[in-house]
Design a protein around this ligand. Structure first.
Ligand code: SF4
Length: 164
């Protein structure tokens, strides 16, 4: 399965909006002043002051290893987009498995004081392969997929591009 052009961010957005996958994959700049992005950065920076151990794999994939544990961690500001977050971690686990490293994952929601363990089951792995194949198709499109109004649009950094 070709993961060359794929990263965890694209996997996350694939489960939100394919149009956004295309924008990000084509390096189209989002509105960096978007409040939603700013809040995410703030929580990430604050929580990681004591906990962070970040690694870059193959110059493309950035993961966080939780101190003292054989798990990779991913911090999210809310559990609202649990499916996206689960598949993002699963992607990192899948990538590492291909390198002979078998770990489990942990999603952390510090604002909600919640955690969720993630394991790379056969089912999740098959779903992930399908997502990777679809993302590659989206990235190869000449134009972004049509905009479809979803709940996420109101916080999306690309909303001006889609709806103004
Ligand atoms: S504004 Fe909505 S349709 Fe446009 S990229 Fe964002 S989520 Fe997708």
């Amino acid at each position: 399965m070709d993961t060359v052009n794929i990263n965890g961010t694209l996997i996350w957005y694939y489960y939100i909006c394919p149009r956004e996958v295309w924008f990000i994959g084509h390096s189209i700049e989002a509105d960096q002043e978007n409040d939603f992005l700013a809040l995410g950065r703030h929580i990430h920076d604050f929580y990681y002051k004591k906990q962070k151990k970040e690694f870059i794999i193959d110059n493309t994939i950035k993961i966080d290893i939780l101190p003292g544990k054989k798990v990779i961690g991913e911090i999210k500001k809310s559990s609202k987009y649990l499916k996206s977050a689960t598949m993002q971690i699963a992607f990192y686990l899948y990538f590492l498995k291909q390198k002979g490293i078998n770990l489990s994952g942990e999603l952390l929601f510090p604002e909600e004081r919640k955690k969720k363990k993630i394991f790379l089951t056969k089912e999740i792995e098959n779903e992930l392969k399908n997502a990777i194949s679809n993302i590659n198709k989206i990235l190869n499109m000449d134009k972004p997929p049509k905009a479809t109004k979803i709940h996420y649009c109101k916080n999306c950094a690309y909303k001006e591009m889609c709806w103004s």
